[in-house]
Design a protein around this ligand. Structure first.
Ligand code: AP5
Ligand code: MG
Length: 194
């Protein structure tokens, strides 16, 4: 099994690149942002709790997010591996994921971190906000998300670097060019299916 964390600030292209990677390598996609938006749209108690944080550009509490992950892994027992997109986002989440995977006799193999300058992030997120219907479509919420990233999420990169799993990738090329660079790293572990 091959498990990949796709890491980077809001707007760095994690969702976009995940789609390409999961098709090429036949991996299962676990995006906590998508899972949370699904809970919000179904008006579940978890969704209602999460929405308060998401609308303000803040991280949802660790317990809520960690609780969603285990079942998603168990839902795909024959998976070739997983792409974790937008998770883990705090050091506590990263430690919890390691414990969970160890319990399931597997581990994170590689962490690819997309590096994109801040003005480009803001430009991309405003562009997506025009059509996405997401609540993070204005400059105030986008800036809060970037601040949350620096305060709480960036330490996750150091965590994986300490474990020798982190590779930094320049993320402000075209979508195709970035995918090529990501693939070069993944190919060291897993060959494309098609
Ligand atoms: P979530 O949905 O996970 O947000 P995210 O994935 O970090 O950030 P984005 O989706 O904004 O960016 P992305 O990196 O996926 O970029 P994308 O490919 O879309 O989280 C939303 C909220 O949920 C959080 O704020 C938080 O409240 C909560 N949450 C989620 N997970 C959580 C967790 N683990 N813990 C706590 N809270 C959590 O690209 C962005 C745009 O750029 C697109 O329009 C795309 O077309 C464009 N683009 C992409 N690549 C390129 C390129 N190379 N060139 C030009 N444009 C590009
Ligand atoms: Mg995303």
């Amino acid at each position: 099994m091959f498990n990949l964390v796709l890491f980077g600030p809001p707007g760095s292209g994690k969702g976009t690149q995940s789609e390409n990677i999961l098709k090429t390598y036949q991996l299962q996609h676990i995006s906590t942002g998508d899972l949370l938006r699904d809970e919000v749209s179904r008006h579940t108690p978890l969704g209602m709790e999460a929405k308060k944080f998401m609308d303000q550009g803040m991280l949802v509490p660790d317990e809520v997010v960690i609780g969603m992950i285990s079942g998603k892994i168990d839902d795909a027992p024959d998976a070739r591996g997983f792409i974790f997109d937008g998770f883990p986002r705090t050091r506590h989440q990263a430690e919890a994921l390691d414990k969970l995977l160890e319990f399931k006799n597997t581990k994170i193999n590689l962490v690819l971190a997309l590096d994109v300058p801040e003005p480009e992030l803001v430009k991309r997120l405003l562009g997506r906000g025009a059509t996405s219907g997401r609540s993070d479509d204005n400059e105030e919420v986008i800036q809060k998300r970037i601040n949350e990233y620096h305060a709480k999420t960036q330490p996750v990169a150091s965590y994986y670097n300490e474990h020798g799993k982190l590779e930094n990738v320049k993320g402000d090329n075209t979508i195709d060019e970035t995918f090529k660079i990501l693939s070069r790293h993944i190919n060291k572990y897993l060959l494309p299916v098609a």
